[in-house]
Design a protein. Structure first.
Length: 954
C-alpha cells in the first residue's frame, strides 16, 4: 500500500513537473527575452530585418504587452466589382511601459499611411505625427516607429490607411459568389478570421487576450446590405450615391470574433423571450430554406440564457449562410457565419441526419457566444476551452430543446471518433503548446473538440449535473469579457460557492435556481483539478484491465495503444509516466446500481459484497477509458448478452461492442471473440446498438472490398445479408418513424444496395426513373435520396442527368447527396471529370473539393485515382488551400489513411518525405503513417481469423 502511494505521488509530481516546464518556458519568453526599446537601440543587429532592410525592433511571434489596444474605429469599403477594399482605422491604445515602437499584426495589407495622435493632439485638433512603418512578413507583424518615446500610462491614437485585394480563398476578407435561379453570378464579401486572419483584414493586435471595443463602419452600394457584429445605428449617404452604415460599438472582445459582410441576402427573423432579435440570412433564392434554423436558434438561445444564467449580451444575433466557406461555421459575436449545408434545411431534400447536423452546428456556435466569446481562452494552447465546451454544450442543449433527436444516445460516437486518434502515439495532450499560425490551426482537431467534450461529460457524471452547471456558471460569470486558463475552469468547478451565495459553518447556501436544495462544502472537490489535469496534460486514453477472483476485482491501468502491442519491444517505453485519475463506475450481475471508485494508482483491488457472474465497468459509457475483462470476463458478458441483453443498458451494450473491437486492434482480444459478441444483435431492439454493430461489420466489408480480397468480400456479403435479413426486409422506402428508425433505414438500405442486393437495386432504380421522368421535380423520401441517386449514377445516362441536376439544384443538402452519388461511379473517366470540375471551381465549388476527393478515395475504383491526383497536383492544390488548412488535412488523410499494405505505406512515406524536403511539415503526416501501419498490422493478424470465422458461419 505504501509502495502504491509512493508510486502514485511520483507520477503526480511528474505530471506537475511537465506543466511547470511549459509554464516556465512561457515565463522565460515573456520576462527575460522581451526586448525593450532600449535593448533595440543598443544592439539593432540582434533583431530581424524588415522588408526595407532596416532592423525590425521585435523578434518574438507573440506581441509585446507594452502597448495594449482599447478601441478600434474601423471603416471598410469593399468594391465588389474591382474585388478589392480600401480601409482606415483609428486604434486607441494604452501604453503600459514607455516605448519607441508599437508592434501590430498585419498580413498582405498595403499600408499607405500611419499617424500617431496624442490625447492632446486630438483635443486641440493638432495634426499628429507620421509614423515610420516597418514590415516583417515572416511573423506577420508591422512595427510603427514613433519619433518620440511613448509615455507609460498615457493613451494614444494610431490612424492607419490601408488597402488590399479581397482574398480569393476563404481567409481574412474574401469574396464569395453564388448563382441565382436566373443563372446570374453574384458576388458577396465576407470575413473569416479565426484563428489568425483578422490581420489580413486590418492591422491589429491579433491575439485572443488583447480584447477591445470595435466601432465599425462599412461603405456599400445601394443594392447591397452590410452586416456586422452589432446592429446598425445609422446610414449616411455619401457623394456619388454610396452609403455608409455605422454599427453600434461592440462589447469588449477578441479580434478573431470581428466580422462584416456585404451582400444582397434576404432574411427571416424572430425574437427570443428575452427580446433578442434573431435573423437567418441566405442568398435570395434560398430564403425558403431558412425557417428551421430560425426556429432552432430561437429555442437554443432561450435555453442557453437560462442554463448559463447570463443573458446574451448583444441586442441581435444574425446567422448567415455563406456560399463559399471553408469550415462548417464560425461563431463571430452577433454575426455567425455558416457553410450553407450547416444552416439551411430544405424540407424536400434535407434528410433526418441533415437535420441533426444543422441543429448541432447551430447549438455549437450559439454555445460559443458564451464559451469563447464572453470568456475566451488566454491563448490558443487551450482552444479546447472553446471547442471542447461548445461540442459538449451541443449535447446538453440539443437534448433539452429537441429530445426527439435523441442526441444523448448518439453522443457516444463523439467520444468513439476521437479514441481512434487518441490511441495513436502521435496524439497530443488536450492542452498543447502552439506558437506559429500553423501550430495554432493544428490545434483545431478531434482532440480539442471531441476529447474535450468527452472529459467534460465524464466530469459532469462524476460531479452530478447540478454541481457541474453551477461550476460553469461561476466560471462564465467570473471571467466575463476576460480570458481564462484551464486552471480557472477547474477552480470554478471545484468551488461550490458562487459569489452571491452566503456561507455558514463551512457550507455555502444558495438560493439560485440550480442549487435550490443543495448544500456544498467549499473545497470539497479539491480533487477536481488534480483529476482533470491527468486528462488535459497527458495525451492518450487509459485501458482499465479488470480480472475477477472470487469476490475480489483486481484493477490495473495502462495507456491504451491500438497499433503497438504488449509484446513489441517499444511498448514499455510508451507506457512510462502515464497515470490517470479515473472515475470508474460499474454495475454487477447482482446489483445494477451505479457503483463508483476512483482509480488513482496503477493497480488497485476492489472487494465486492458477494460473488457475481459478471461485472460491467463504465456505466452508460460516460467515462473516457476502455475496459478489458481478463480471464473469463468477456465470456461471461457474451453469455449474458445471449441470454438476456436487456440487463445491460443500451449505452452499455454500445460500449461493449466498441471496446471489444478496440481491443482487437490492440491485440488484446481475438477478432472471433469480438464477432461472437455481435452475434446476439439479431435480437437487439435498440437501433443505436444495432447501428454500432453494423458499422463495424460494414467497415470490415469495405476494407476487404478495397483490397479486392474476393473470397472474404463474398462471404461477408452473404453473412451481412442473411444476418440482417429480418430487419432489412421490414424497411420501408419512406420518411416514417422516429429519427433513429430513419437513420437505421438509411444505413441499412445504403449497405444493402451497395451489396447489390436485387430487391434494393430494383426499388432504387424504380424511384430513380420516376424522378428523372418528373424532370427532377418528384419529391422522394429524403432519407433514401442518396441511395436512389447512387444507384442511378451507375449508368452513363443517370450519371449525366445527375450532374445536370447538380448544377441546377438550389439545395446544398441535395447537392451533397448528388455529389456523393456521382463519386460512386465505377468509371475512372467520370471520376476524373468530377475532379476536374472541382479543380475548376465553377460547377463544383472549391469548398467541396476536399470532400469530393475523400469520397472518390473511398470508392474502390477511385482510391488510386484520387491518391495519384493528389501527388501529381500538389502544387495546384496548394494554390487553392493553405498547407495548414482544414481542406488540406482532409485531402491528405482522406486519400491515404485507408491504405493497408506495405507498398502503399512506402508510397505515402516517400511522398511525405518529398514534402518535408521542400519545407512542408504537418502533424497529419505522422497520424497518417501510424494509421496505415496500424491497418497493415490489423490485416496481418485478423484477415485469416475473419476468413475462418466466416467459413464456419456461412
Ligand atoms: N470556431 C470554429 C470555427 C473554426 C474551425 C475556426 C477551425 C478556425 C479553425 C467553429 O465553432 C467550429 O467549431 N466549427 C465546426 C463546426 C462544429 C459544429 C463542429 C467546423 O467548422 O467544422
Ligand atoms: Zn467551435
Amino acid at each position: 500500500m505504501v509502495n502504491l502511494l509512493r508510486k502514485q505521488m511520483f507520477s503526480i509530481s511528474i505530471g506537475l513537473y511537465c506543466s511547470a516546464i511549459i509554464l516556465l518556458k512561457i515565463c522565460i519568453c515573456s520576462q527575460f527575452s522581451m526586448p525593450s526599446s532600449d535593448q533595440f537601440n543598443k544592439d539593432p543587429g540582434a533583431f530581424p530585418v524588415a522588408t526595407n532592410g532596416e532592423p525590425f525592433p521585435w523578434h518574438e511571434l507573440r506581441l509585446p504587452k507594452m502597448v495594449i489596444p482599447l478601441h478600434y474605429d474601423l471603416l471598410v469599403h469593399p468594391n465588389l466589382t474591382s474585388l478589392d477594399f480600401v480601409a482606415s482605422e483609428m486604434i486607441e491604445v494604452l501604453v503600459r511601459d514607455a516605448t519607441e515602437f508599437i508592434i501590430l499584426h498585419s498580413k498582405d495589407l498595403e499600408i499607405m499611411n500611419a499617424i500617431l495622435h496624442s490625447e492632446e493632439d486630438l483635443r486641440y485638433r493638432k495634426p499628429g505625427k507620421k509614423l515610420n512603418v516597418l514590415s516583417y512578413p515572416a511573423y506577420q507583424q508591422i512595427a510603427l516607429l514613433v519619433p518620440e518615446k511613448l509615455m507609460a500610462d498615457l493613451r494614444y491614437h494610431v490612424a492607419i490607411d490601408f488597402q488590399a485585394k479581397l482574398a480569393d480563398n476563404f481567409e481574412g476578407f474574401y469574396k464569395s459568389t453564388y448563382r441565382t435561379l436566373g443563372g446570374e453570378t453574384r458576388t458577396v464579401a465576407v470575413t473569416d478570421f479565426e484563428p489568425t486572419d483578422a490581420r489580413m483584414a486590418f492591422p491589429c493586435f491579433d491575439e485572443p487576450s488583447f480584447k477591445a471595443n470595435f466601432s465599425i463602419k462599412i461603405r456599400r452600394e445601394s443594392g447591397h446590405i452590410a452586416l456586422s457584429n452589432m446592429p446598425k445605428v445609422k446610414t449616411i449617404e455619401l457623394e456619388g450615391g454610396l452609403l455608409e452604415d455605422h454599427f453600434e460599438t461592440t462589447v469588449k472582445m477578441s479580434t478573431y470574433l470581428v466580422a462584416y459582410i456585404v451582400c444582397d441576402f434576404k432574411f427571416v427573423s424572430g425574437t427570443t423571450s428575452s427580446g433578442i432579435k434573431v435573423s437567418i440570412y441566405a442568398s435570395p433564392d434560398k430564403w425558403s430554406q431558412t425557417h428551421y434554423a430560425l426556429e432552432a436558434s430561437l429555442k437554443l438561445l432561450d435555453f442557453y440564457e437560462n442554463y448559463f444564467d447570463i443573458n446574451y449580451p448583444l441586442p441581435k444575433l444574425d446567422l448567415v449562410a455563406i456560399p463559399d466557406f471553408e469550415s462548417g461555421a464560425m461563431e463571430n459575436w452577433g454575426l455567425i457565419t455558416y457553410r450553407e449545408t450547416s444552416l439551411l434545411f430544405d424540407p424536400k431534400t434535407s434528410s433526418t441526419s441533415d437535420k441533426l447536423w444543422v441543429t448541432r452546428v447551430i447549438a455549437h456556435e450559439l454555445a460559443h457566444q458564451w464559451f469563447g466569446n464572453l470568456v475566451t481562452m488566454e491563448w490558443w494552447n487551450d482552444i479546447w476551452l472553446n471547442e471542447g465546451f461548445a461540442t459538449y454544450m451541443e449535447l446538453i442543449s440539443v437534448n433539452a430543446t429537441y429530445p426527439e433527436l435523441q442526441f444523448d444516445d448518439y453522443f457516444l460516437n463523439v467520444c468513439f471518433e476521437v479514441i481512434t486518434r487518441d490511441s495513436l502515439n502521435s496524439s497530443h495532450p488536450i492542452s498543447n503548446q502552439a506558437e506559429t499560425p500553423t501550430q495554432i490551426r493544428e490545434m483545431f482537431d478531434k482532440v480539442s473538440y471531441n476529447k474535450g467534450a468527452c472529459i467534460l461529460n465524464m466530469l459532469k457524471d462524476f460531479l452530478n449535473g447540478e454541481k457541474f452547471q453551477k461550476g460553469i456558471i461561476h466560471y462564465l460569470k467570473k471571467f466575463s469579457y476576460r480570458n481564462a486558463k484551464n486552471d480557472d475552469l477547474w477552480s470554478s468547478l471545484s468551488n461550490g460557492c458562487l459569489e452571491g451565495d452566503f456561507t455558514s459553518g463551512g457550507f455555502c447556501y444558495s438560493d439560485s435556481k440550480t442549487t435550490s436544495n443543495t448544500l456544498t462544502f467549499p473545497g470539497e472537490n479539491v480533487e477536481v483539478k488534480e483529476m482533470m489535469t491527468t486528462w488535459t496534460l497527458q495525451k492518450g486514453i487509459p485501458l482499465v484491465v479488470v480480472s475477477q477472483e472470487g469476490r475480489s476485482l483486481r484493477l490495473r491501468q495502462e495507456r491504451f495503444l491500438s497499433g503497438v502491442f504488449k509484446e513489441d519491444p517499444g511498448w514499455r517505453a510508451l507506457q512510462e509516466r502515464y497515470l490517470w485519475h479515473i472515475p470508474l463506475t460499474y454495475s454487477t450481475s447482482s446489483s445494477n446500481a451505479v457503483h463508483r471508485h476512483i482509480l488513482k494508482s496503477k493497480t488497485d483491488t476492489l472487494d465486492l459484497p458477494e460473488k457475481t457472474s459478471w461485472v460491467k465497468f463504465n456505466v452508460d459509457s460516460n467515462g473516457y477509458y476502455i475496459v478489458h475483462y481478463e480471464g473469463h470476463g468477456w465470456d461471461q458478458l457474451i453469455t449474458q448478452l445471449n441470454q438476456n441483453h436487456t440487463v445491460f443498458r443500451p449505452k452499455d451494450r454500445i460500449g461493449l461492442i466498441h471496446d471489444a473491437f478496440q481491443l482487437v486492434s490492440a491485440r488484446r482480444l481475438t477478432l472471433d471473440k469480438a464477432l461472437d459478441l455481435t452475434h446476439y444483435l439479431q435480437h437487439e431492439t435498440s437501433v443505436l446498438v444495432l447501428l454500432k454493430g453494423l458499422e463495424y461489420l460494414e467497415s470490415f466489408y469495405y476494407m476487404m472490398e478495397r483490397r479486392n480480397i474476393s473470397d472474404v468480400t463474398k462471404n461477408l456479403k452473404h453473412y451481412l445479408l442473411r444476418y440482417f435479413k429480418p430487419v432489412i426486409d421490414t424497411q420501408s422506402w419512406s420518411d416514417e418513424g422516429s429519427i433513429w428508425d430513419r437513420m437505421l433505414r438509411s444505413a441499412l438500405l445504403k449497405l444493402t444496395c451497395h451489396l447489390n442486393h436485387a430487391p434494393c437495386i430494383q426499388k432504387a432504380t424504380e424511384f430513380f426513373s420516376q424522378w428523372t421522368e418528373s424532370s427532377g421535380k418528384l419529391n422522394l423520401p429524403t432519407d433514401v435520396l442518396k441511395i436512389v441517386y447512387s444507384v442511378g449514377a451507375q449508368t452513363t445516362a443517370g450519371w449525366n442527368y445527375l450532374l445536370e441536376q447538380y448544377e441546377l439544384s438550389m439545395s446544398g443538402a441535395e447537392k451533397n447527396k448528388i455529389l456523393y452519388a456521382l463519386s460512386t461511379s465505377k468509371h475512372q473517366e467520370k471520376l476524373m471529370k468530377l475532379i476536374e470540375l472541382g479543380m475548376e471551381g465553377k460547377v463544383i465549388k472549391t469548398q467541396d473539393l476536399a470532400a469530393l476527393l475523400h469520397a472518390i478515395a473511398r470508392n474502390p475504383q477511385g482510391q488510386q485515382l484520387a491518391w495519384n491526383f493528389v501527388r501529381e497536383n500538389w502544387t495546384h492544390l496548394l494554390k487553392k488551400f493553405d498547407l495548414d488548412s482544414f481542406a488540406m488535412r482532409i485531402i491528405i488523410s482522406g486519400t491515404t489513411s485507408h491504405f493497408s499494405s506495405k507498398d502503399e505505406l512506402q508510397e505515402v512515406k516517400l511522398f511525405f518525405e518529398s514534402l518535408k524536403a521542400q519545407g512542408s511539415h504537418l502533424d497529419i503526416f505522422q497520424i497518417v503513417l501510424e494509421t496505415i501501419t496500424k491497418n497493415i498490422k490489423w490485416m496481418e493478424k485478423n484477415l485469416p481469423t475473419l476468413r475462418t470465422w466466416l467459413q464456419v458461419k456461412i
